[in-house]
Write a protein that binds this ligand. Structure first.
Ligand code: AMP
Length: 208
């Protein structure tokens, strides 16, 4: 049977929430794959980057604060990000599950997320980590920068800093989930559909 159909059918009979951390460096394809996963598995997509950009667009206090970090390619402080994410999750009491895209990005965020989900009687089901090499990431981001309107995608030194921040502060979050037996590495190079099939197969396999 087609893996997508299998996934939909299967998901409809699993009764616990499906909470996925979609992980990987900037430019790995998290946003693109999240959209496809949301459509298939009927999950709520929470991208902390998107939420920050929405706040920047609306000139909120949070947006002004976040912009000062984002423009340099640095992380927004943990406390601000964690509070924002938790408030977003609580907006969807009927969700079948969430795709966390761009969160957690530090160990402190991963620990806070675990605690928060536990207090809401749920947990992370799995982390799916997209692997793409650095030069491919840079060329993808520069290409995206041509029409995304994202300042942090147009300047190569900011892109390189984002990747450095990922390597130094974020990559360790993979160990956090690896220790819990929830980490899965996926080759993030190939067609959008092929990568989606790789992700879906793991979700279906893990929920069998
Ligand atoms: P993204 O859209 O995921 O590439 O995120 C864009 C920018 O938003 C990042 O470079 C950070 O400055 C900020 N950001 C997004 N998510 C987080 C997070 N979980 N923790 C801290 N900063 C974040």
């Amino acid at each position: 049977m087609n893996v997508f159909l299998q996934a939909i059918i299967h998901y409809n009979i699993i009764d616990k929430m499906l909470n996925i951390v979609l992980f990987g460096p900037p430019g790995a394809g998290k946003g693109t794959q999240s959209q496809k996963l949301v459509d298939t598995f009927k999950l709520v997509h929470l991208s902390t980057g998107d939420i920050f950009r929405y706040n920047i667009k609306n000139s909120t206090e949070l947006g002004i604060l976040a912009k000062s970090f984002m423009d340099k390619g640095n992380l927004v402080p943990d406390e601000v990000t964690i509070n924002m994410l938790e408030a977003e999750v609580l907006k969807y009491p009927d969700a079948k599950g969430f795709i966390f895209d761009g969160f957690p990005r530090t160990i402190a965020q991963a620990e806070a997320l675990d605690k928060f989900l536990e207090s809401n009687n749920t947990s992370i089901s799995l982390m799916l980590a997209l692997q793409v090499d650095e030069e491919e990431l840079i060329s993808r981001l520069l290409l995206r920068g041509k029409d995304s309107g994202r300042a942090d995608d147009t300047d190569e030194s900011i892109i390189r800093n984002r990747i450095k921040v990922y390597n130094e502060q974020t990559a360790v979050a993979a160990d956090f989930y690896n220790k819990q037996g929830k980490f899965h590495s996926i080759n993030g190079v190939g067609s959008i559909d092929d990568i989606f099939e790789r992700l879906s197969s793991i979700i279906v396999e893990k929920n069998r």
